[in-house]
Design a binder for this molecule. Structure first.
Ligand SMILES: [Zn+2]
Length: 272
């Protein structure tokens, strides 16, 4: 069995004391790759360090993969009071972070999460868009897949991606995409991929998305520690099996067939 979680935050403090158990359960469940995603300079450093530490243990089989990101709100450097997002970050110097990511490009499988967030920030949309364009151009220059956060800005993300990547230069993965059917259709036609979290078990939106999108454009993710499918358990990579089960049910094929196709997608797009 080869399962993959293409987007989660195992570097989160909530996993500090139980990493060993979480990795054990992931391996038991058949997970072969977990892409841990950074969101700002500090998290990006943490993610690289964590991957190095975990992967240096022989029986972990290089299970952790790295995606370095620039979360749109962190890029603005707004305070907790301004956004309601429970953290303060220093405004990110994009050029400096691009240099850092480029320096580590051989250690990463993607750039993300990046994109737009109009939920937490209502006042700096033009600045967000400008940053996003710069980020896309940078990612194109280092030729990596790009993982997109598009909360309450799904259409704007698709528009900008279409303008900046007219030749479909790099693979685009829409993570936890909440756009409507029209936007799902448009992004699918543009060749974008979608990564689906395990809370699909209770959310009709993701079930509809899986119904609409061909299997060769789908991925499994968890966004752990968030988006758990279970009310009493924190999300973790081993739960991608819940997404696989639901996909199999919707596509009316076996779990094995889903698993195999998702793994093939992963190898094709993320390259290992
Ligand atoms: Zn995330």
């Amino acid at each position: 069995m080869s399962l993959v979680d293409v987007h989660c935050h195992l570097n989160h403090a909530l996993f500090k004391d139980n990493m060993k158990e979480i990795l054990e359960r992931a391996k038991q469940a058949g997970i072969k790759a977990i892409v841990v995603s950074g969101v700002n300079p500090a998290a990006n450093k943490d993610v690289l360090e964590l991957a190095e530490k975990i992967n240096s243990k022989k029986d972990n089989d290089n299970i952790l993969k790295v995606s370095l990101g620039i979360y749109p709100i962190d890029a603005l450097g707004l305070s907790e009071g301004e956004t309601g997002l429970p953290r303060n970050t220093e405004k990110i110097n994009l050029e400096k972070e691009f240099k850092f990511i480029e320096k580590n490009k051989n250690k990463i499988v993607a750039v993300g999460e990046v994109g737009l967030d109009f939920h937490w920030d209502k006042l700096h949309h033009n600045q967000q868009k400008e940053n996003f364009r710069k980020i896309i151009r940078f990612v194109k220059s280092i030729n990596k897949p790009i993982v997109i956060h598009s909360r309450k800005a799904e259409k704007e993300c698709i528009d900008i991606l279409e303008e900046e990547l007219p030749n479909k230069d790099i693979p685009v993965i829409m993570h936890c995409f909440s756009g409507n059917k029209k936007l799902i259709k448009r992004a699918t036609e543009l060749g974008h991929y979608f990564s689906v979290p395990p809370n699909i078990v209770k959310l009709q939106h993701f079930q509809t998305l899986v119904e609409m999108v061909p299997l060769n454009q789908l991925f499994t993710e968890t966004d752990a520690p968030w988006l758990s499918p279970f009310p009493d358990k924190r999300n973790e990579p081993s739960f991608v099996i819940e997404t696989i089960k639901k996909m199999a049910e919707i596509k009316e094929i076996t779990e094995e067939e889903v698993e195999k196709q998702i793994w093939n997608n992963y190898v094709k797009v993320f390259g290992e």
